[in-house]
Design a protein around this ligand. Structure first.
Ligand SMILES: Nc1ncnc2c1ncn2[C@@H]1O[C@H](COP(=O)(O)OP(=O)(O)OP(=O)(O)O)[C@@H](O)[C@H]1O
Ligand SMILES: [Mg+2]
Length: 252
């Protein structure tokens, strides 16, 4: 395909599908993501949203279709979480995947614990980096880094999970229902972080949300999944709540 001089999208997902046994979790998922863009994915429970982003994150290998990053196809053999991370894609899953009885620095460095002389955990380095990340997000409410994160509010935990995703200089951050369990103030804080990280660092976001007001506040574009198919796409300016609800429930 010849696109002339136009740069390819940062991420391009083309007709990916995934079944588990006889269950078609995702029949056909397609969407693009540009640098610095916020794309939201909406759809009913079980529509295939999480499955779609797990394919992008490398957690599942697609049965068919393809994923391109900067115009380069991700080969089947390259389709792993480690590889997608290396290419700049990080995910915050629905359940956050944080370890509740560990501190924020330990959670931030999960799977990447730095060691001094290859033996001792470099806690100082971890604390400094954690403070840096929280400052970057302008999160001022997490003060005591020696507390286990289970003693923090849901919003603070979400901030740490998002912080972990962006801490490693990532280009694409995927958030699966980041504010589903949060109150209004914490939700506003998470939305602020998304806006700020995008504005300051040009990070792109893929956001799954059931909160249509939130979707309309944050999204540049909205992708609708209906029964495992990305059936509609809207620009934020052109969509009304009625149309969005109709697309989600009826696929039209
Ligand atoms: N590992 C799996 N094994 C079997 N079935 C699965 C698996 N993962 C997802 N499914 C099924 O695939 C369908 C899509 O699931 P998915 O989690 O992608 O939906 P979702 O749109 O994220 O829903 P929700 O809004 O409830 O989070 C559902 O019917 C689900 O039960
Ligand atoms: Mg889901």
């Amino acid at each position: 395909m010849n696109n002339g001089d136009a740069a390819p999208p940062l991420l391009s997902v083309e007709n990916v599908s995934k079944s588990f046994g006889g269950v078609h979790a995702l029949r056909s998922g397609s969407f693009n993501l540009q640098r610095g863009e916020v794309v939201t994915i909406v759809g009913a429970n079980g529509a295939g949203k999480t499955t779609l982003i797990k394919l992008v994150a490398g957690a599942h290998v697609p049965d068919s279709g393809r994923i391109m990053i900067n115009g380069l196809e991700v080969l089947r053999s390259e389709h792993s979480v480690a590889n997608m991370r290396e290419r700049g894609i990080e995910v915050v899953y629905q359940d956050l995947a944080l370890v509740p009885n560990m501190t924020a620095p330990y959670n931030l460095f999960l799977g990447r614990i730095p060691r001094k002389w290859g033996i001792f955990v470099d806690e100082r380095k971890m604390r400094i980096k954690t403070r840096e990340v929280l400052d970057k997000l302008n999160v001022t409410t997490v003060q005591d880094l020696s507390r286990p994160i289970s003693s923090m509010s849901g919003g603070q935990q979400q901030s740490i999970a998002i912080g972990r995703a962006i801490a490693w200089g990532k280009e694409i951050v995927i958030l699966d229902e980041p504010t589903a369990a949060l109150g209004p103030n914490e939700t506003a804080e998470v939305e602020r972080i998304i806006r700020e990280v995008r504005a300051r660092h040009g990070t792109s976001f893929i956001l799954i949300s059931h909160n249509l007001d939130q979707v309309r506040r944050l999204a540049d574009r909205i992708i609708v999944i209906h029964h495992g198919v990305t059936s509609r796409e809207f620009k934020r300016e052109e969509v009304t709540s009625d149309r969005l609800v109709k697309a989600i429930t009826l696929g039209e």
